[in-house]
Design a protein around this ligand. Structure first.
Ligand SMILES: Cc1cc2nc3c(=O)[nH]c(=O)nc-3n(C[C@H](O)[C@H](O)[C@H](O)COP(=O)(O)OP(=O)(O)OC[C@H]3O[C@@H](n4cnc5c(N)ncnc54)[C@H](O)[C@@H]3O)c2cc1C
Length: 499
């Protein structure tokens, strides 16, 4: 019997596959498409997930940089430009890679780690048994596995087949149009890269700009075609049967800005997309017996601000070590269920954030008044800090011992000065094993009975006031120095009985 079958080789299924493989479980990934589709979706990764990729050695592969990621000086929230340089500690990271490139890198990594990636295999049915799940494929074959994970996107067949509801709302009013475009050279502002529109002014780059009639965004990516998009709230339904063309986008730009700009298609394959309506839904349960959901299969929300992969990839990393521990037999009672108790509130905050932004970009005088108030609030650095923490996911605090101030929070970028010279935490977490960082030497012996599961690194700790930290595989803190008894309890609580 296969230990774990993952349905879907999107970014979240592939990330989960990598995490399981790192933890010693080699899953089978079933993907219905015979080859990657290259569909244009995410333009980048936004938030703490960028640090997480660094902590798995994937940031350098994706960015081509040999130095660690640095925070982003500016971003946008609900079509408000945010100056993040006012923050003493800026938690907001951005990595501008297209989703197809991310998927290719994750697929390559998964195969390197021994994952069995089977493309052209569509799951059509499943049956749960007490000791496993039987999975039926479109070609008539059947597989048996101990656990099945649906990473098969917002329209998840696994979710439906497992009988998990997907409550939420569908808002059909908005129409978004997006295309890769070229514009005359004279239309690009040489100072800012913004889009000069005669009769309107300059549309700033990499921001949403709201007018009384809609929203526009201009993204002149270096080295690849620029993307132009609009969002409107028409009074009459849009004809979704007719494919969109550039003339339709140009007409929409003219309505939103009250001014016209010539648009052409770039050479090579381009993007032309019209999306009507928005879905906001969270699965009623993340787990039904031996079936679990991850990524868009568990939650969908508007794409504004690009929070999807920050949420989904961290779901995958949260689930990976817990599912591997369950399969390998050392998981403490209830560990697997903490996947949902920890990650559902994070999805709920993303839903709150995207709903709030959807309201802030909407049409109407009331929204204009709300925006004026919001703009006043954003002049306070603490409000910008609050929004930055929300957008980046830096405010995540999983349930933990209230007496331990760091437990349940993401581990800081500690540098350990040990026998082998200074090592960044991100260099120590690439194996995805639990890690005890000990500056005192007093705690290492306590962890000895867990050494088959927990690595110990001793040395001075730079970047934290704690004398020791127990770091989970997903880089969240399980314990920060208390005493040997609380460490022993934290080791057993997270990583099972001592051997
Ligand atoms: C227009 C748009 C722009 C976006 N922009 C951003 C952004 O800038 N930043 C960001 O972070 N997020 C963005 N997102 C969200 C992001 O694209 C999704 O969150 C992400 O794709 C979810 O990944 P996933 O692996 O959960 O699901 P998916 O990417 O949907 O992958 C699911 C996979 O499962 C396969 N599958 C489905 N059914 C079956 C079956 N029965 N059997 C076998 N295989 C199956 C599918 O073929 C697919 O490969 C955007 C989304 C959209 C639509």
């Amino acid at each position: 019997m296969i230990d774990v079958v993952i349905v879907g080789a999107g970014p979240n299924g592939l990330m989960l596959a990598c995490e399981l493989a790192l933890a010693g479980v080699r899953p089978v990934v079933l993907e219905r498409h015979a080859a990657p589709t290259g569909e244009a979706r995410a333009n980048g990764l936004v938030g703490q997930v960028v640090r997480l990729l660094d902590r798995r050695g994937l940031y350098a592969r994706l960015s081509g940089e040999s130095t660690p990621p640095v925070p982003q000086p500016a971003f946008t929230f609900g079509a408000f430009p945010l100056d993040l340089t006012v923050l003493a500690e800026n938690p907001h990271y951005v990595l501008g890679v297209p989703q197809a490139q991310l998927e290719a890198a994750l697929a390559a990594r998964a195969v390197e780690l021994g994952v069995d990636l089977r493309r052209g295999h569509e799951v059509v049915d499943l049956h749960q048994r007490p000791d496993g799940v039987e999975v039926d494929l479109a070609d008539g074959t059947r597989l048996s596995c101990r656990f099945l994970v649906g990473a098969d996107g917002g329209r998840s067949a696994v979710r439906r087949l497992a009988g998990i509801d997907f409550p939420g709302v569908t808002n059909d009013r908005s129409v978004s149009r997006t295309a890769t475009v070229t514009v005359p050279a004279s239309s690009v502002d040489p100072q800012t890269g913004g889009l000069r529109v005669p009769g309107y002014g300059v549309v700033p780059p990499f921001q949403h700009t709201r007018t009384a009639r809609g929203l526009i965004a201009w993204a002149p990516f270096p080295g690849r075609p620029a993307i132009l998009s609009t969002t409107e709230w028409p009074d009459t339904p849009t004809d979704d049967e007719t494919p969109m063309d550039l003339a339709e986008l140009r007409a929409s730009v003219a309505r939103v800005l009250g001014a016209d700009i010539p648009l052409d298609a770039p050479d090579g394959p381009g993007l032309l997309r019209r999306l009507t309506g928005r879905n906001t839904r969270i699965a009623a349960r993340y787990r039904a017996g031996r079936v679990l959901l991850v990524g868009d299969a568990a939650h969908v929300h508007p794409a504004i601000g690009g929070p999807g992969l920050n949420l989904g990839l961290q779901d995958a990393v949260n689930l990976g070590w817990k599912l591997a521990a369950t399969v390998r037999g050392w998981a403490p009672q209830g560990l697997l269920d903490t996947y949902e108790t920890e990650r559902r509130p994070v999805a709920e905050r993303v839903v709150m954030s995207t709903q709030a932004q959807s309201a802030l970009i909407g049409p109407g005088d009331e929204i204009t008044g709300l925006r004026e108030l919001f703009a006043e609030l954003l002049r306070k650095p603490e409000v910008t800090g609050h929004i930055a923490a929300l957008m980046s996911g830096a405010d995540i605090h999983y349930p933990a011992d209230p007496a331990d101030p760091l437990a349940g929070r993401c581990a800081p970028d500690v540098i350990v000065h040990g026998d082998h010279g200074p090592m960044r935490l991100a260099e120590l977490t690439r194996t995805a094993r639990p890690l005890l960082l000990d500056s005192t030497g007093a705690y290492a012996d306590v962890a000895a009975p867990w050494r088959d599961r927990v690595d110990v690194v001793t040395g001075q700790l730079e970047g934290t006031t704690a004398a020791a930290l127990l770091v989970r595989p997903d880089c969240f803190i399980a314990w920060s120095a208390g005493n040997v008894d609380t460490l022993r309890a934290a080791l057993a609580h997270h990583f099972g009985n001592a051997r």
